[in-house]
Design a protein around this ligand. Structure first.
Ligand SMILES: Nc1nc2c(c(=O)[nH]1)N[C@H]1C(S)=C(S)[C@@H](COP(=O)(O)O)O[C@H]1N2
Ligand SMILES: [Mo]
Length: 398
């Protein structure tokens, strides 16, 4: 394995980006029509770039016609700017301590050889994905719909590691710590805590993504994968697991990635709901990857609308498409090959017979009958989390 020197290449990218339109892209924008940066980060294609320190990169919508998101197209989100500049895989260990019978320091090599290797295809989506589609737009990164992706993850079961360490009777909370540091010492590390009951056999420590080492920016050499959950708990560059019996107050879990703790998880801009709860399982959602908003389509030509749909793993039952502003809906063809946590790619062919603007809408429905609301019916929360309004793409038939 080669040592990974990240900033050697990225310094060039960073300084060049600083002079570009970065600050402009941080201001409010509509959900579509975002510009792709001219300069790419290492291991990434040029992407929609909100910040270079920490790197905040969004996947262009056109990628969401494929059921797996290529690593170099995969979105990137870091909270803290001080990401290690290089990682030596031969020296990397993950430490497990706290309420365990045996403290462990597991090397990457041992992780790959001494534990059963498992694979899961799962969607990774930031809870703030599509935030810019809320009205009014909440503060935070103004993501379009590209703060998500789907990959095949390979690694070892978290439960196998905890078994090896042996949990003490009163063990309850597992804290996961990322390796990067804040620029100011008052800001805590990126730590997440999850209750033991939330951690089933599907949770893995992954070192591979789509058959390759994790890209540096997606958490090389090791990250947590919690299928069905929003990705704020998918800790990257994970170096330390601590088992405790008491929930500690930690910034990221206590301040961010929370929604109102009421039945509809909503509130109004005028009156925020008092108590909040962490976001956990993803709601049902779909995104149209093709055609692009504003595309010109030849009259009576064959148009195949393509996109992806997913939920928390209950399973997508149908994706319905409307080309008459929601008056009638027709079933798209679904690709059911991938597992329950994966994107279901969908496609729907038709010949546009009417000239002028046509709105194409996609609505996913899961096995419980839960479906996406119309954009105008999406309930609001001040963090701008869990947006899942029906996607609309407007094309011009010429
Ligand atoms: N160490 C670390 N892990 C982290 C974060 C972080 O800032 N640091 N951000 C989380 C959030 S909020 C998201 S959306 C995902 C983003 O994963 P990605 O960069 O691989 O797309 O990582 C999660 N894991
Ligand atoms: Mo996130």
């Amino acid at each position: 394995m080669k040592r990974r020197d990240f900033f050697k290449t990225s310094v060039i990218a960073s300084t060049a980006l600083l002079g570009s339109s970065l600050s402009a892209s941080l201001t409010t924008q509509p959900i579509t029509g975002r510009k792709i940066a001219k300069i790419a980060f290492p291991e990434k294609k040029p992407m929609i770039t909100y910040s270079d320190r920490p790197p905040l990169l969004e996947t262009p919508k056109s990628v969401f016609t494929q059921s797996l998101t290529p690593n170099d197209d995969f979105f990137v989100r870091w909270h803290l700017p001080d990401i290690p500049t290089h990682i030596d895989p031969d020296a990397y260990t993950i430490k497990i301590d706290g309420l365990v019978d045996r403290e462990l320091n597991i090397s990457l090599k041992s992780l790959k050889h001494d534990f059963e290797q498992v694979e899961v295809t799962a969607v990774l989506q930031c809870g703030g994905n599509s935030r810019s589609a809320f009205h009014p737009i909440p503060g935070g990164i103004q993501w379009g719909s590209g703060a998500m992706g789907c990959a095949k993850w390979k690694g070892v079961r978290l439960s196998d590691i905890l078994d090896r360490a042996g949990l003490k009777k009163d063990a309850q909370w597992i804290g996961f710590n990322g390796l990067e540091k804040a620029a100011y010492y008052e800001t805590p590390n990126f730590i997440r805590e999850l209750h033991l009951e939330e951690l089933d056999d599907h949770v893995i420590l992954a070192y591979e993504m789509n058959g390759e080492d994790l890209p540096y920016l997606n958490g090389y050499p090791l990250r947590l994968v919690i299928p069905g959950y929003y990705s704020d708990s998918w800790v990257k560059m994970m170096s330390h697991i601590t088992v405790t019996n008491k929930y500690k107050s930690l910034f990221f879990m206590d301040e961010a990635y929370r929604v109102p703790d009421n039945a509809t998880e909503s509130e109004t801009p005028e009156k925020h709901f008092k108590s909040t709860k962490p976001i956990t399982k993803m709601n049902v959602k779909s995104v149209i990857g093709y055609p692009e908003n504003g595309a010109k389509i030849a009259h009576n030509s064959q148009l195949v609308v393509r996109g992806v749909a997913f939920d928390s793993g209950l399973g997508i039952k149908d994706v319905h498409i409307s080309i008459d502003d929601g008056k009638t809906w027709e079933r798209a063809i679904l690709d059911h090959n991938a597992g329950r946590y994966a994107y279901k790619a969908f496609r729907f062919g038709f010949k546009p017979g009417k000239y002028g603007k046509v709105n194409i809408m996609a609505k996913a429905i899961n096995r419980l009958g839960e479906e996406q609301p119309l954009a105008k019916d999406v309930l609001w929360n001040h963090g701008g989390y869990k947006y899942n309004g029906i996607d609309v793409v407007t094309v011009e038939v010429v």
